[in-house]
Ligand binder design. Structure first.
Ligand code: ATP
Length: 361
């Protein structure tokens, strides 16, 4: 894949001397042309700073940024083939939807006929043809967000940066706009760099995700890899629900750890390449709530007692206590003919093959 954005050796500090704050550390990152790329991390991890550096609103302390093979590190925002959609998408209140969308093109001095044609195309793209003449105050929040997107897409930037653009919307609208954004991205082929702290949003929309913490990229990969093979405790904890178990290593076989489970049975767990714990060591292993199956009491890999059951509509989360008093959450799909076990009930647990993984810590 051709690289659209290449970042090498990027650092960013705010302030000077002893009071300097290191917001980004040694970022090396390539984003492919036409990718839907997401920067995901908790508040303060540096994702907005990285996005602002890509946009040109902020200068890096060190490092080089290339867009489409060209070094743009010293260029101002308007000199880059990049546009940004912010969380507060501030449309011009006195301009119609169509005029808002055409505004950037007018500033670029494009001919009237071209502006008209592009605005019509953008209105169609975001499904707002019927509302071209309305003012922003006469359309809903979700529709305003669509207009903001159309306005940013109209000059056909190579890259669109999106800083938490959906966070002001309510849950239902946010879900709708998530699939809308995905559609817009694949229809236009424009590279999207999306910032969010919402892991579900990142998992559902992205081609690849960079998980950030304290100014560093901890893991970078497709959503499936990030979810199924988190490299460390932070990523495992931040993405989805996870069970952490402290288990003793009984042996190493074929590159996998054989671990002693609560209750005495053994199970194999995948090991990251970077570690080889000695026999007898205690390690942290993870397993997702949906990757264990309830079985009849006395059967399966481990035994547990139900402490609490929380109903979530499609599934129920069973909070379990294992034989050695470690907690475990199991996600069980609801079926009308099979009521969820009540608190106090005993059950067994079996793991899907390959579900248990040892973490680097
Ligand atoms: P959020 O999701 O809350 O927006 P974020 O991951 O986008 O968080 P940034 O806005 O990139 O985080 O900020 C990263 C860190 O850099 C924070 O600790 C922030 O306080 C600090 N920071 C950002 N801008 C400045 C500045 N102009 N001067 C000093 N520190 C700053």
């Amino acid at each position: 894949m051709r690289q659209e954005i290449e970042i090498t050796g990027l650092n960013k500090s705010f302030g000077q001397g002893a009071s300097a704050f290191h917001a980004l550390s040694d970022i090396d990152l390539s984003i492919g042309s036409g990718e839907f790329f997401t920067l995901l991390g908790p508040s303060g991890c540096g994702k907005t700073t990285l996005l602002r550096i890509i946009a040109g609103f902020e200068e890096p302390s060190t490092g080089v940024l290339k867009v489409n093979g060209k070094d743009v590190t010293g260029l101002g925002p308007s000199k880059r083939p990049i546009n940004t959609v912010f969380q507060s998408y501030a449309l011009f209140p006195h301009m119609s939807v169509a005029d808002n969308i055409g505004f950037g093109l007018k500033m670029l001095g494009k001919p009237k006929s071209e502006i008209k044609a592009t605005v019509a195309e953008m209105l169609q793209l975001v499904r707002m043809e019927a509302m071209a003449d309305r003012l922003p105050s006469e359309i809903s929040g979700g529709q305003q967000q669509r207009v903001a997107l159309a306005r940013a897409l109209a000059p056909r930037p190579r890259v669109l940066l999106l800083d938490e653009p959906l966070s002001a919307l309510d849950l239902k609208l946010r879900k709708e706009m998530q699939s809308e954004l995905k559609r817009l991205q694949s229809e236009t082929g424009i590279t999207f760099v999306f910032v969010t702290h919402d892991q579900e949003e990142a998992l559902t929309m992205s081609d690849r995700i960079a998980v950030m913490s304290a100014g560093e990229i901890l893991q970078l990969g497709p959503p499936e890899d990030i979810y199924n093979a988190p490299v460390n405790r932070f990523v495992a904890d931040f993405i989805g629900d996870t069970n952490f178990l402290t288990l003793r290593v009984k042996g190493i076989e074929n590159g996998e750890a054989v671990l002693e489970l609560p209750g005495g049975k053994q199970a194999s767990a995948r090991l990251p390449n970077s570690i080889s714990p000695p026999v007898g060591a205690r390690v942290t292993a993870v397993i997702r709530p949906e990757q264990a199956e309830p079985t009849a009491a006395g059967q399966g890999d481990m035994q547990a007692v139900v402490e609490a059951a929380t109903f979530f509509g499609t599934d129920t989360h069973l909070h379990l206590l294992l034989d050695d008093a470690q907690g475990f959450v199991l996600r069980r799909q609801n079926r009308p003919d099979q009521p969820a076990p009540a608190p106090g009930a005993k059950l067994g647990l079996s793991f899907a093959p390959g579900a248990l993984r040892v973490l680097e810590d």
